[in-house]
Design a protein. Structure first.
Lengths: 240, 130
């Protein structure tokens, strides 16, 4: 009898860990991700699919660059900026990298304060994150403007292989779009946090589901992913 | 709930609608000291500076490549493990998300071979080698 009471109370016994845990979680006739809500699991799966999209962009860039017989423009010189009469290589990209990493840091702390139900700090940190993101997009717009003025086009550029332009605009453009969407969602969710939607269980306008502070973490997953993609773009496009 | 229960309340709240609630996992779940995030943040700055310096000092060849890839992988690992909390998730989720990108690595290997072959053909038949 005692066992029956235990199972009907909704308490599942301790789950096995390690490889046995994987087999047990996936093999059971239930949900595979035991302690992860559907929202978080779906965000991870979306991020996985996004990983494949960005991988395909970077792969096609790699293939174009490796197979062309025309010299590839040197990113170190193309993205150099003139400060006080000195050419500093890649400096804008370096600053953009630091800005995006900082935004990831503030986002991680926002998630933390969200779970502590500290509304004001969570919203403030999310807005700081959004501001960093907007700065990043602004600097990217500056970079695009500079390159377009110098004659970079998707079909050609003054320095070498034509594919440089198309790869650059495609990869950084797609990434910038992700950052922009992230900024919009950050502001929207920061507003909900500040208003206390997740404390009173107010229903959302679109799905009319109740929101929880976990939304902040799910938003954070997306934002960290954007930063993660930039790590790869920085290494593979700008530093190669 | 009182304020004393704050650290895990959010998690519980988040999963209250789930039939299977496993509080034991959540207590150590996604509530970590702020210091950890600051340390990781600092490391990401250091690693980014290092990879920038690789370009600034104009290192070339295998040294450049190994350093760039090393810093890249370390940064990606820190972001996924700590910022995205993958280090604290159950393996069933971690492997479901982290294993499929291995296919991308296979794809990379295929395309490296393919583009070297294309390059060879272009050198042989069309243009002077770069």
């Amino acid at each position: 009898m005692a066992e029956t009471v235990l199972t009907t109370s909704g308490q599942s016994p301790a789950r096995p860990e390690g490889w046995r845990g994987i087999a047990a979680d996936w093999a059971s006739d239930q949900r595979a991700f035991k302690n992860v809500s559907w929202g978080k699991a779906m965000m991870w799966i979306f991020l996985l699919s996004d990983t494949f999209i960005f991988s395909c962009f970077l792969l096609s860039y790699m293939t174009a660059r490796m197979s062309t017989t025309v010299p590839w423009p040197n990113p170190s010189e193309v993205f150099a900026l003139n400060f006080a009469g000195k050419q500093i290589p890649l400096i804008l990209i370096a600053i953009m990298t630091f800005i995006l990493i900082s935004s990831s840091g503030t986002m991680a702390m926002a998630v933390n304060f969200g779970y502590r139900r500290d509304r004001v700090r969570t919203a403030a940190l999310m807005l700081v994150t959004a501001a960093f993101g907007a700065t990043f997009v602004g600097m990217q717009a500056f970079e695009w403007t500079k390159l377009i003025r110098e004659g970079v086009r998707p079909w050609g550029n003054p320095w070498g292989a034509e594919q440089f332009g198309s790869s650059f605009f495609m990869i950084t453009g797609f990434h910038g779009t992700h950052v922009t969407i992230g900024v919009i969602f950050l502001i929207a969710i920061a507003r909900k946090v500040l208003r206390g939607d997740f404390d009173v269980g107010r229903r959302g306008f679109f799905t009319s589901r109740k929101g929880y502070y976990e939304i902040v973490e799910i938003m954070g997953l997306y934002w960290h992913f954007v930063d993660l993609v930039w790590v790869f773009i920085f290494a593979l496009f700008y530093l190669w | 709930m009182t304020n004393a229960a704050l650290p895990m309340e959010g998690q519980l709240q988040a999963h209250a609608h789930d039939a299977v609630a496993v509080p034991a996992v959540h207590t150590k779940g996604q509530q970590h000291p702020i210091k950890l995030y600051l340390v990781v943040w600092g490391w990401l700055f250091v690693l980014s500076t290092c990879s920038y310096l690789v370009d600034y000092f104009g290192l070339h060849g295998y040294l450049r490549w190994s350093l760039i890839l090393l810093f890249m992988v370390l940064k990606a690992g820190l972001i996924v493990a700590v910022f995205m909390h993958m280090a604290w998730e159950r393996l069933a989720l971690a492997y479901a998300i982290l294993a499929p990108p291995i296919a991308v690595l296979v794809f990379v290997a295929i395309m490296v071979l393919e583009s070297e072959y294309t390059h060879l053909l272009r050198v042989l038949f069309f243009a002077a080698p770069s």
